[in-house]
Ligand binder design. Sequence first.
Ligand SMILES: [Zn+2]
Length: 323
Amino acid sequence: MAEQLYPGLYRIQIPLPESPLKYLNSYVIKGQERNLVVDTGLNRDVCKKAMMEGLNELGISLETVDLFITHLHADHFGLVSQLAGENTRIYFNRPDSELIEHWQGFEPMIKYGGQSGFPEDLLRNALSNHPGFKYGAGWVPQLSIIEDGQELVVGDYGFVCIQTPGHTQGHTCLYEPEKKIFIAGDHVLYNITPNIQCWSDQGDPLGEYLASLDKVRDLEVKQALPGHRHLFERFAGRIDELKDHHARRLEEVVYILQKISPQNAFEVASQMTWDLTAKSWDDFPLAQKWFATGEAISHLRYLELENRIGRAANQPVILYEPA
Ligand SMILES: [Zn+2]
C-alpha cells in the first residue's frame, strides 16, 4: 500500500518476514519524467510484490524509476537487481560500492569471528541464515556514485546527500533543507537502536557512527523518515538518546572486563544487556548472537582506540583487559 506523506512523496511498506524489523520503509518521490525510490527491500518475491503494488497504486511504471540506496544491507539493497532495468539510475555511495567490488565473501568475517571467540561451527550456521547471504542482490547493476554534499533534485524536492558512516562505511541520508525532511535510512531510527558492527581490526565503526550523529544533529528537521518503523519529529532529541545509549554501553563493557578479565568479544557480548525477548544468552537465536558479538566488537574497538582497554592476547583469540 502506498501512503502519501507529503505532496509527491509517499511511503511503501515492504514486509521483511522473519525479521524483528518487520518492514522496510521505501520512500517514493514523484518527478516530472523520472521518479525516485529510496531503498527497496530484500531480493524476495514478497518484497517485490509489495513494491510493484505500491508503484501501481501511484501510477508509476518501473521504467520511470531511479533508485537511491542508503546503504549496502540486503533489506535496503537486495531488491535492486529485480527492479533495475537498462535505463535505471542507481544512486549509491562510494565506500559501500567499493565493498561490493572487493567482496571476498563471508570468509574474512568468519575468520575474525573465530578470533573473537565465536564458535566456528555456530558461525557457519549463523551465516547460512544471514539475510545478506540468503536474500542479497545476486548481481549488481551499474551504480551511479554520489558524493557527500551532492544535490539530487526530483520533482519539488532538492535533496542533499549526507554521508553518515557507522551503520555501514558509506551510509548516506537525504536531507531536504527547505522542507526540512530527513530521509534517515538506518542512521537514526526511533524505537530501535541501529546496529553498529565491526568485524576487523581496522576502522572504528562506532567512533564514525557517533561523529555521524553529531554531523546531522543540528540540522533543522521537521520530520525524519527512517528506514524502519515510525516516522518521527524529535530528531535532535532522538540523536541525544542514541549517543547516551552508546555511552552507557561503553561503560557496561568496561565494567564487564573489570569484573573478569581477560575475555574475548563473544564472552563480553554474552554479558551485555540486550533488548530481546529471549530469557538468556543461551536462548538467543544464532543470528542474534552474531549481531550481538559484532556490536560488542565495535564497542571494544572504540574503547581500545581510546586506551580505556587493551589486549592481553591477539592469537588465536583476541582477549581484552582493562587498561
Ligand atoms: Zn542496515
